[in-house]
Structures are given as structure tokens and as C-alpha cells.
Design a protein around this ligand. Structure first.
Ligand code: SAH
Length: 231
């Protein structure tokens, strides 16, 4: 699977995807992430990619042509499953979408907006999916693109060391994760739940499930309602 990220500030995505699990995933060839500087596709010598908005008002708008040139050059090389635009009014990103995109495994283009965003005609004619990472406004789509890429990449088999690890994380089974503990078993009187030290795997599983359900009820009750309504 390959993810191409288009941005005016690609450096903003480099670091979040250049270390730890994301770096190893790329080093192992399990996913390829390529960053593209939109200015390289500018049609003028000042490497300009934005212009004043028609109708006036504050902020600059990203122009159609450099974006089309960049996307077309990528599409000429390979097939893409989706051309995603990061946008605060897009579909709210959640684990379900990460699963869907990781499972399909097709290549993705992620276009990061900046300034006031992109000329609407790109959204109408080129973009196949719009994703928001939450109801707040960031100064660019780069952090969102890193979030989406990370969430997808860690679901690809082999990316996480322990194969089952992603499956036991929050939201994978419609529940949030149970609490976790490590050594020491007693930190100045703060004790780890006894069951976790029992060595009885059945009991431990049952405890974890109960804690997950309890937490989900307390913190994300809508997940349980969703599950009930699907029964
Ligand atoms: N004028 C736009 C906001 C532009 S913010 C509006 O009011 O909707 C600049 C860019 O940051 C956007 O084009 C988008 O790519 C990115 N961005 C900002 N907030 C985001 C969010 N919550 N999720 C995803 N991308 C976001």
C-alpha cells in the first residue's frame, strides 16, 4: 500500500511519520509514504500555488492547476483507491474508516489544504473522499494526514510487532480498551488488580472484557447503543 501526501509544507508530515512504528513499517516495505511539495507543480517562476479569493475577503485560496498537475502525475504512475482531501467539514475520521482503508489496501492520495483551503472545483471534480479529524480548525491538513496515515498503517499486518496488538486496541471491537499495568505490582501501596497476577488466562480475559464494557458505558456510551441497534 502506498500513500502519497500532497502539501505546501511537507516537512510538517515528515517527523510524525519518520520515527518509531511508522518508520519501521516503511523500512520493512509494508507501506510506502511519499511526500510531495505542491510548489514543485506551480506554473509560475515564483512557485506560487495560491491566489486571492474571488469576491474578496480574508485569506488565500489554493489554485486548481498545481494540484491537478500533481495528482495527474501520480495517477499516471499507478491506480488509486481514493483521492482524499483533509477538510474540517469532511466525514469525521474514526477507526471504522481506518479499518476500511487498511483492509482494502489500495493506494491513497491525501491532499492537505492550507490558508483558506483549495479552490472548490478541485473538491467537485477530483476529490473522491473528504476527511476531518474533528470539529475544530487547524492551520493545515498535514497533521490530519499524519493522523490518518498512522491509524491506517498500524492496522497493516506485520506493522505492529505483536500481530494481535491492533485488534485489542480501543474501537476495534466496538469497545474502548481495558486498563493496563506493568511492574512493579505494588508501587508505594498502589496495587495492580490481583487477577492480572493470577496466571489464569480465562479469568484475565473475562476481567478485561468486563472492564472494557464498564469503561465504554462510562466514557463512550454511544458505542454500546450503536452495537445494540445493530443486533
Ligand atoms: N476555511 C476553511 C478552513 C481552512 S484551514 C474552513 O473554514 O472550513 C486550512 C486547511 O487545514 C484545510 O484546507 C484543511 O486541509 C486543513 N484542516 C483544518 N482543520 C481540519 C480538520 N479538522 N480536519 C482535517 N483537515 C483540517
Amino acid at each position: 500500500m502506498r500513500i502519497d501526501i500532497i502539501s505546501v509544507v511537507p516537512e510538517l508530515v515528515e517527523s510524525p511519520l519518520g520515527h518509531s512504528i511508522m518508520k519501521r513499517a516503511q523500512d520493512k516495505g509494508l507501506i510506502t509514504v511519499e511526500l510531495h511539495n505542491l510548489r514543485d507543480f506551480s506554473t509560475n517562476k515564483y512557485r506560487q500555488i495560491d491566489d486571492y479569493p474571488f469576491g474578496g475577503g480574508a485569506g488565500m485560496v489554493m489554485m486548481v492547476e498545481p494540484i491537478i498537475k500533481c495528482i495527474d502525475s501520480l495517477k499516471a504512475e499507478r491506480e488509486y483507491e481514493e483521492i482524499i482531501y483533509m477538510s474540517p467539514d469532511g466525514e469525521l475520521f474514526e477507526q471504522r474508516i481506518a479499518n476500511e482503508l487498511a483492509f482494502k489496501g489500495g493506494n491513497l492520495i491525501i491532499l492537505c489544504g492550507h490558508y483558506k483551503g483549495v479552490d472548490e472545483r478541485i473538491r467537485e471534480h477530483y476529490i473522491t473522499r473528504e476527511i476531518s479529524i474533528g470539529d475544530y480548525v487547524l492551520s493545515g491538513g498535514e497533521l490530519g494526514a499524519a493522523v490518518v496515515t498512522d491509524a491506517i498503517a498500524r492496522l497493516i499486518p506485520g506493522v505492529l510487532g505483536d500481530e494481535t496488538s491492533a485488534l485489542t486496541d480501543s474501537f476495534q471491537d466496538g469497545l474502548v480498551a481495558p486498563p493496563v499495568y506493568t511492574r512493579p505490582a505494588d508501587y508505594k501501596g498502589w496495587e495492580v488488580p490481583k487477577v492480572l497476577l493470577s496466571g489464569d488466562h480465562k479469568k484475565i480475559e473475562a476481567w478485561r472484557f468486563e472492564e472494557s464494557v464498564k469503561r465504554t458505558r462510562e466514557r463512550r456510551p454511544a458505542l454500546l447503543k450503536d452495537a445494540d441497534s445493530k443486533k
